[in-house]
Design a protein around this ligand. Structure first.
Ligand code: NI
Length: 187
């Protein structure tokens, strides 16, 4: 948990300043083009979601706690929205562990969460490019006492507008009702 607190400060030490600079320059600092493969094996790009808000989260399916918690939060948010509202938002989970997170692995994992979530994977290069665009930090951690490696990663949900431009982000375990309220302001 310490690491994520540290990342919070490092990456978003001054949220208001970052938001201001996004507004004043008119240029998104976070976000960008991606072309990846979803859990049904279909190629998808950011442009496929034009006209909808995107709620974008980077993580990995073997994550012991952080990602499942946040996917549960995203599911809680989607459960609060009406059918009409659900049409206007695309929740996206992008793996930062493409080595283990195959299309099939992501499909199985996402069965535990809201069916609207698209889970994306790709080559190491494709994932690196997407993570880079979203300023997402991730790093493989190997340790002798770990049967399997872990991934350290920043854990923010990014809310992107209908043109794929950054609006705001939500932190790990942010209350569902706060996220719902923020999302509704931007439909
Ligand atoms: Ni995680």
């Amino acid at each position: 948990m310490q690491l994520y607190t540290w990342l919070d400060r490092t990456f978003f030490a001054d949220d208001s300043a970052k938001t201001e600079s996004v507004k004043s320059s008119g240029k998104a600092l976070i976000g960008g083009a991606f072309t990846l493969t979803n859990q049904n094996g279909e190629k998808v790009s950011d442009t496929d979601f034009k006209g909808k808000l995107m709620l974008v989260y980077f993580g990995f399916t073997n994550c012991p706690m952080i990602c499942p918690t946040d996917l549960a939060v995203i599911t809680g948010v989607l459960d609060e929205l009406s059918e009409g509202e659900l049409e206007k938002i695309q929740p996206i989970f992008i793996t930062i562990d493409p080595e283990r997170d195959t299309v099939a692995q992501i499909k199985t994992h996402l069965e535990n969460f809201h069916p609207k979530i698209q889970g994306l994977t790709g080559s190491a290069e494709e994932i690196a490019a997407a993570a880079n665009a979203y300023r997402v930090f991730y790093q493989k951690v190997e340790a002798e006492d770990l049967a399997q490696y872990q991934m350290n990663h920043s854990a923010f949900m990014y809310l992107m507008d209908k043109n794929g431009e950054y609006i705001t982000h939500f932190r790990h375990k942010q209350p569902v009702e706060e996220i719902v309220a923020s999302v509704r302001k931007h439909f």
